[in-house]
Structures are given as C-alpha cells and as structure tokens.
Design a protein around this ligand. Structure first.
Ligand code: DAT
Ligand code: MG
Length: 140
C-alpha cells in the first residue's frame, strides 16, 4: 500500500490573513483527505525540532520568531503521492517566484522581511513527513 501522509502547516501569516479555509479548500479540491487538524501555538522546542535542518542559517531566528507570531494550523493530509503533490500545490519557497495557480503564487508575496512569509509548509520526503507528523501530533 503506497498511500502517503504529509504534514501541512498553515503558517501564522495564513491564519492571520484568514486564508486557512482557502488553503484547506485547495487541498480537498485536489482530492486529498484531511486526516487530522489542530490549531495551536508552536513553542521553541517544537520549532527547533521541526526546523533542525535550518539551524545556523541566517533566516533561522527570524523564521522561528515568525512561526511564534500567532497560531499555526497543522494538518495531516493523506493520498497517493501527496508529499510531492502538496509541494506542487504550494509552489516554490519564494512567494514572488511561485507560479500563479499555486498557494504561494496566488496568495503570497514578498513583504520585505528577513524571512519568507510563504503561508504554508509541506513535508519534503517520506522520512520528513513521518518525523514531522510525530512532532506536531505526538498522540497520533
Ligand atoms: P520550504 O518551506 O519550501 O520547504 P525550506 O525548507 O528551504 O523551504 O525553508 C523553510 C522556510 O524558511 C521557508 O518556508 C521560508 C524560510 N526560508 C527559506 N529560505 C529562505 C531564505 N533564503 N530567505 C528567507 N527565508 C527563507
Ligand atoms: Mg522545507
């Protein structure tokens, strides 16, 4: 059975701008299934684990501060090839460069800040997905 699960986050900019519903709508319209959802505040320990690969990069501290600036909507999303599929829906990391038709391309922009506020996170591999789902949904 090759049904995948991925961790999607609607970041604080997306929640603040009232785009949670629009982003979940796009995921469901694509045909993926929401299997868990939680609106929560992220703390330093969770974010340090989630973004461990970026520790030491110039945008790391602004990234963690941004991710603590408001609630985050965490979702576990399921479907065949959903890890790649959600990243295609999201568009490229830089919202200015993200193609129209994508979440970041249609709804995001550059705000002149040190960190790219790009609305969503999606796991980038099966190993990342398993690790990240365990961090955000430790009970599941
Ligand atoms: P992605 O979220 O597309 O997987 P990533 O894992 O490389 O991108 O980076 C995590 C987040 O860090 C990203 O969503 C926004 C921020 N970021 C990445 N590269 C950046 C950069 N060069 N300048 C500012 N923020 C950056
Ligand atoms: Mg990433």
């Amino acid at each position: 059975e090759n049904i995948e699960r991925t961790l999607v986050l609607v970041k604080p900019d997306g929640v603040r701008r009232g785009l949670s519903g629009e982003i979940l709508r796009r995921i469901e319209a694509k045909g993926y299934t929401l299997v868990n959802l939680q609106l929560r505040a992220a703390d330093d320990a969770l974010l340090a684990a989630h973004y461990a690969e970026h520790e030491g990069k110039p945008f790391y501290a602004p990234l963690v501060d941004f991710m603590k600036s408001g609630p985050v909507l965490a979702a576990v999303v399921e479907g065949h090839r959903v890890i790649e599929g959600f990243r295609t829906l999201a568009g490229t990391t830089d919202p200015t460069a993200a193609l129209p038709g994508t979440i970041r391309g249609d709804l995001g922009r550059d705000w002149g800040l040190q960190v790219q506020q790009n609305l969503v996170h999606g796991s980038d591999s099966p190993e990342s997905a398993e690790r990240e789902i365990g961090l955000w949904f430790p009970q599941a």
